[in-house]
Design a protein around this ligand. Structure first.
Ligand code: PLP
Length: 430
């Protein structure tokens, strides 16, 4: 048995109530188990491990494999694309760049639509199906749109997405269009899109699946379970995530907390959140103690170009509870960290690289020690924003206020004549 509960006034709501925030005080909702779980930690680990050998779609999903912690009856029809099951990579070059002995990267870009949004979307769209909704919708900087469009298509539901005009990469838009979503371009930034769609969701029968929707958070929290399993149920010392709307950091906080409560892990992992300098309301909240919306957020890392993050209270709970920290990194730092991750043969989109840039700073500050066990979460796939990559490597990438970003690790294309000797000479220094 699960319920929805307000994180502020603790009012309870049934799971099938279509609400996104508390109807009394307007604060965020948490999904909460109200009956104890029958299985103990050893039994749970054994069940989850057995499911890896199963061919059942439910078991193959890296999210639904951990369904003991998801708020659904066992016979529910799930909308899945085989999400989760993402690799945990050793990244020696990135580790060296950060000044660490070793560094692991949990690559959520290896999800069906190329970002971590799929792990939450499978649960939110499954809930939409249970509620018999006909239209699902979201505001998006691109990845939520691509993800929702795909899962809505699987569920044969109509889907509408609001995107800020001219601010979404072609790759992300292409996905949403191909999956058949109705794409609405809004004049204004993501925060404007988010505000309108929230208003609309209160008056109409569409189902909103931004991360304000706590079913999204439930799906995303399973990534913490998958990660713990990959580490042999040994908690890392630090988990570092990019911060945009702050759903992902909230979800990791909830996942880590539930694993500790159920004895699946023993040690607290510190969750730290990294924001881009130009879109850093959460980092500023940690500096000043006051949460103020950033009116004109700007960063090339468009997935985290957000000035009014809806989940900041849940994320601050995660950071405070675990003893993490919140910092910012510059556009130059993001770009160089991204290229470094690329040189590990891994790659990611700009927003994801804030993690490695942030870890490097936290090692210099002494917050992270050289030999500690650190995991960075890469949130999106390299191919989500190729324009950025090509520009960086050809020394033409500029910040939103037109300053050149150095291609410190630039890898420019070389033009060569179609002659073996010309090619040979071009390859001489390799
Ligand atoms: C959505 C997204 C983020 C930000 O996650 P939040 O949960 O909004 O903080 C970061 N990186 C990528 C690639 C994303 O798609």
């Amino acid at each position: 048995m699960f319920i929805q509960r307000c994180i502020n006034c603790a009012t309870e709501f049934d799971l099938d109530e279509r609400i996104y925030v508390c109807s009394h005080c307007g604060d965020l909702l948490d999904i909460e188990r109200v009956e104890p779980l029958a299985e103990g930690p050893d039994e749970l680990r054994a069940i989850w491990s057995d499911r890896l050998k199963s061919s059942d779609a439910h078991d193959r999903s890296g999210v639904w494999r951990f369904r003991e912690f998801l708020p659904f009856a066992s016979d529910v029809q799930v909308v899945s694309l085989g999400e989760g099951n993402t690799p945990l990579y050793d990244a020696p070059r990135s580790a060296e760049y950060c000044g660490l002995t070793s560094l692991k990267l949990k690559h959520q870009g290896n999800n069906p639509t190329g970002s971590f949004k799929d792990t939450g979307m499978t649960v939110a769209v499954t809930q939409a199906l249970s509620l018999r909704m006909h239209l699902v919708a979201c505001a998006s900087t691109g990845n939520t749109a691509a993800s929702l469009a795909a899962y809505a298509a699987r569920a044969r539901m109509a889907c509408a997405i609001l995107v800020p005009e001219g601010q979404v990469s072609d790759a992300k838009l292409a996905q949403a269009l191909d999956y058949g979503a109705k794409v609405l371009e809004i004049e204004g930034n993501f925060d404007v899109c988010m505000r309108v769609i929230k208003e609309l969701a209160e008056q109409s029968s569409l189902y909103l699946v931004n991360s304000i929707n706590s079913f999204r958070i439930e799906g995303q929290k399973t990534v913490a379970f998958e990660l713990a399993e990959q580490l042999g149920w040994q908690s890392p010392d630090h988990l570092v995530v990019p911060g945009g709307n702050l759903g992902n950091s909230s979800a990791f906080g909830k996942g880590l907390r539930e694993m500790l409560e159920h004895g699946l892990t023993r040690k607290q992992t510190r969750i730290s959140v990294i924001q881009a300098e130009g879109a850093a309301p959460f980092a500023r909240f940690y500096d000043s103690g006051q949460f103020v919306v950033e009116k004109q957020p700007h960063t090339l890392a468009t997935a985290i170009k957000i000035g009014a993050p809806v989940s900041w209270k849940k994320a601050s709970r995660a950071v405070n509870e675990t003893g993490g920290c919140v910092i910012t990194v510059s556009e130059q730092e993001i770009a160089d960290a991204k290229a470094t991750i690329g040189r590990d043969g891994i790659g990611c989109e700009p927003a994801s690289a804030t993690t490695v840039a942030g870890i490097r700073k936290l090692v210099i500050d002494g917050f992270i020690k050289k030999d500690e066990r650190v995991v960075a979460v890469l949130t999106g796939h390299l191919l989500k924003d190729t324009d950025y990559v090509i520009k960086y490597h050809s020394q033409t990438l500029t910040t939103p206020d037109h300053k050149l970003i150095r291609g410190t690790f630039g890898n420019a294309i070389t033009r060569v004549a179609a002659r073996p000797c010309a090619i040979e000479s071009a390859l001489k220094n390799l």
